[in-house]
Structure formats: C-alpha cells, structure tokens
Design a protein around this ligand. Structure first.
Ligand code: TYD
Ligand code: MG
Length: 465
C-alpha cells in the first residue's frame, strides 16, 4: 500500500489524524480539520556527531541577574511583558482581526526607534499591507499639537512587505535590528513546504525558525497571530508552546477599550493586563482603568453594583448591571454579557432558593459595563446584588463595593487579594465594602473604608439594599 502523502490537521489545536473528523477529538472545534501534505521540516536533519552545540554549566556559575530588558515605551505594554522587551525572546500577540494588533505594534515600533527610548533599530515585516498603507497609518499615529505633527517619522524604523521567510531572514541579517515585528504569522510561507500560507505546518515551522533566530542572535521577535473562528487558517493556539510569551489583545469591537492580557510569560507574571483605548490616533493607555470603567455610571439607579475584580496583579473596579423583567412566555431566560453564563445561572438559583429573591418567573439579564470579561467568582456578590436591586427596584448605595464568592447554600466565601481590592476601592473614593466574614484576623484591612462583614448572601442584601 502506498504511504499516504497527506494528513488532516486541526487548525485550532494542531491535532493530526489520517482521517478527517467533523469535530476535532482533541479540542472539540467543529469543521477545523484541513487536509495538509505530510511534510518533514528541514530542521529535523541530524546534527554533526562529536561537536555538541551546547554544553552543561554548573548551576552556581550561571549569572543570576534578572533578565536584561530593552527600555520599553508604552508603560501598559511594558507591564504586561513583565517590565519590558527581553532581547532574544519571541512574543506572540494574538487577537481577532481588526482589534488593533497592527496599530499597537506599529506604535511600539515607532516609539522604540525614538531617541527617548535608545533608538533601537526595528524591522517591521508585513505580509498584509503595503509599505504605503503602513506609512499612512504611521502618519496617523504621530502625536499632533496645534495641527502639526509633534514628532518626525522615525528614521530607524524599516518596513518591508514580504511573505517568504527565507527572504525575511536575509533582510534581518542585513538590517541587524534589535526588534523584528512579523505581521502576521499566518501570511508567512516557507518555500520548501507545499501547504498553503496559514496552515498549521507552515505556521509552526515559521515560528520555530523565528524562535531559533531570536535565541541565536538576541533579537526580540514579536509575532502577530489572528484568532480565527473557522478552521481555514491556523489559530495562534498552535504556537503557544513555541513562543516565550503569549499576549492576547481583547475587547469588544464596538467599544473602544482594549485589554492586552498575558496568558503565558517566561519572563513575568501571567494574567497581567494592560488597558488601552482605541482612538482615532491609535491606542492610548488608560492609566486609571477603574475610573474609566465607572465614568458613565448612573448613581442611585436600581440594578447596578460595583465589583472589584483582579486582572493579574491589578485590582479593577467594574460596574455590574442586573435587569429583571417578568417572563411573558415559556421558560424564564438568563442572559450574560461579559459574565460567565453558568455563574449567572448559579447566582439566580441561589437568590431564588436562599435569599428570598424569587426569579422563577423573571427573565434575568446581567452585564459588565465597558466590554470587560469578568469570570472571577469574586464578582458573584455584586452580580447577585445588582439582580436583586433590579427586582426590588431599590438602588445600592453609590459609594459601596461588593466583594465575595457565593456558594450553593447562599454562604459568602472569602476571596484572594482582599487587601489590594479594598485599597483600590478606597483610593477611588468608595466609603463602604461588603465582604465575607473573615475566618482569621491575621491581615489588617485598610482603614478609610467601612468594612461590613456578611456571612451569607441574605445578610449582604440587608446591608446593601
Ligand atoms: P488594526 O491594527 O489594523 O487591527 P488588526 O491588526 O488587529 O487586524 O486596527 C484596525 C482598526 O482600528 C480599524 O477598524 C481602524 C481602527 N483604528 C482606529 O480606530 N484608530 C487608529 O488610529 C488606527 C490606526 C486604527
Ligand atoms: Mg493587522
């Protein structure tokens, strides 16, 4: 029997199989299996015997200094990276098409090349846009003052439209940049591979070669990857284990806030978040996100409560809204926007059964303002109180935050990082906080904010409504 020359590869998770499945058995994505030629990457050629490229070093002889970092502009970006760009690292920036990845990285490139940040030479490789289009965007991003651009276009920033990896490697050899940006990995091809651009094997092999380049030359490489819903081009997930750092740019396309979130970082904390706003002059850092998220709040309106969530190491105040209306027909509906629907279902059930808030004939809508996604159970209490507040048509005190996880018996559970959460609330002028009863009194809670302890959801409702 002849050897098969193709295989089926899931474009979401990279699972291979000799036969196609309608639904990938590994990651459960539908319709993501695509036939690709069986290809042997050139990098699997065995090395010379006898001359090892690496050699073992004694642990105590390795220098223990912290990672060297390039002076990085855009402090929100630097935060998410764990302090700045690490030379020789490879970073994946993923996100939905049109969310602002190219804009953010072009801004990074323009600032890195400026003399204020050490004039690092940068090469921006685009497989999607022409040099002219990128220039037009760069002009748009220049800071303006009195109708005049404040800074000149950077001289150290080189652009090239190219999709062939070998040619890109040659450009890198010639230009010798400190930072390379690849926009996007799904457009780059290796000539020795016959599968189309964006297939799992192309994307993986391209990323591996870029990683080798980063490690051997000390150049920092940023790779943009589009998140795809359909299985036509490979999603960034198949790259997550190849790169050092994975950042996702998220946000509601119809709202201006964008969150840059680290989901993997060999050089810093994960789940760190940077907050930006997409304006007509590019992405602007939001220095005080809690304030921004609360800016449009109507105080003393029923159906609104303030939660304090942790995004990485940073506490964030967000408004959670609840709305109940009588069910007109059929089963009551529960709708979640920015919240985990399972937690909405659970909290609605606990409200009904344990706290005397009867939602059996009510449609319930729960929403997080600002396009943020809040999945933490610590937001349970604010969500439940917002829903109860809507049903009773009674507002929550405007200067109160609510923090706590709710269990099935209606008990309030302690959550981690309580002190930074309370501090942030106090800093923003909130005067009272309903929190779960403490089991140990080891940590002193911050002063300046009145702490109201509640053992159960019912007690918390008495304190807040
Ligand atoms: P882009 O960076 O091209 O997205 P991605 O690379 O993730 O696909 O962003 C495109 C969107 O951003 C587009 O809808 C226009 C908008 N935009 C602004 O709102 N302000 C700006 O200054 C720029 C450059 C783009
Ligand atoms: Mg783009």
């Amino acid at each position: 029997m002849p050897k098969p020359s193709t295989q089926f590869v899931c474009q979401q998770c990279g699972r291979t199989s000799p036969v196609s499945f309608g639904r990938c058995p590994s990651c459960n994505a539908w319709g993501s299996m695509v036939e690709e030629p069986l290809e042997m990457p050139a990098t699997s050629v065995p090395r010379h015997k006898g001359v090892p490229a690496s050699h073992p070093v004694r642990l105590d002889e390795i220098s223990g200094d912290a990672e060297e970092r390039l002076n990085t502009p855009i402090s929100e970006f630097a935060r998410v990276l764990g302090g700045g760009v690490v030379p020789g690292s490879i970073v994946l920036v993923g996100g939905d098409p049109g969310i602002g990845k190219s804009t953010l990285l072009l801004q990074l490139a323009m600032e890195m090349t400026s003399s204020a940040y050490g004039s690092h030479p940068v090469l921006y490789v685009s497989g999607e846009e022409s040099e002219r289009q990128i220039k037009m965007r760069a002009v748009r991003l220049l800071r303006m003052e009195n109708g005049e651009p404040l800074t000149e276009l950077p001289k150290n920033l080189l652009l090239v439209t190219e999709t062939n990896l070998d040619t890109i490697m040659e450009h890198i050899q010639q230009v010798k940049p400190e930072l390379v940006i690849i926009d996007s990995i799904q457009t780059i091809t290796l000539s020795e591979f016959s599968s189309s651009a964006g297939s799992v094997s192309q994307v993986r092999e391209t990323a591996s070669r870029l990683r080798e380049l980063a490690k051997s030359s000390g150049i920092a490489v940023f790779v943009i990857g589009h998140v795809t819903k359909e299985g036509v081009i490979a999603g960034p997930r198949v790259l997550e284990h190849i790169v050092d750092t994975v950042l996702y740019l998220e946000g509601d396309r119809y709202q201006s806030y964008r969150l840059l979130r680290s989901v993997k970082n060999r050089f810093g904390a994960t789940s760190e978040v940077g907050v930006f706003e997409m304006r007509d002059r590019g992405m602007v850092e939001v220095i005080n996100p809690s304030e921004a998220f609360l800016a449009e709040r109507l105080v003393n309106t029923p159906g609104s409560a303030i939660a304090v969530t942790m995004e990485g190491t940073r506490p964030l105040l967000v408004e959670i809204q609840g709305l109940t209306t009588r069910t007109n027909y059929g089963n009551p509906r529960r709708t979640a926007n920015g919240l985990d629907i399972n937690r909405v279902l659970l909290n609605a059930a606990v409200l009904t059964r344990r706290a005397g808030i009867n939602l059996t004939e009510q449609d319930v809508f729960a929403n997080v303002v600002g396009g943020l996604m809040v999945e933490e159970p610590a937001a349970d209490l604010a969500m439940s109180v917002a829903i109860a507040s809507s049903l009773r048509d009674m507002p929550v005190r405007a200067d109160m935050v609510l923090i706590g996880e709710i269990g099935l018996s209606g008990e309030l559970r302690w959550v981690s990082q309580m002190i930074p959460r309370l501090r942030e609330a106090s800093k923003l002028g909130f005067k009272a906080a309903v929190i779960p009863r403490r089991t140990s009194h080891a940590e002193a809670l911050p002063s300046g904010i009145e702490i109201m302890e509640a053992r159960s959801l019912q007690e918390a409702l008495r304190l807040s409504l």
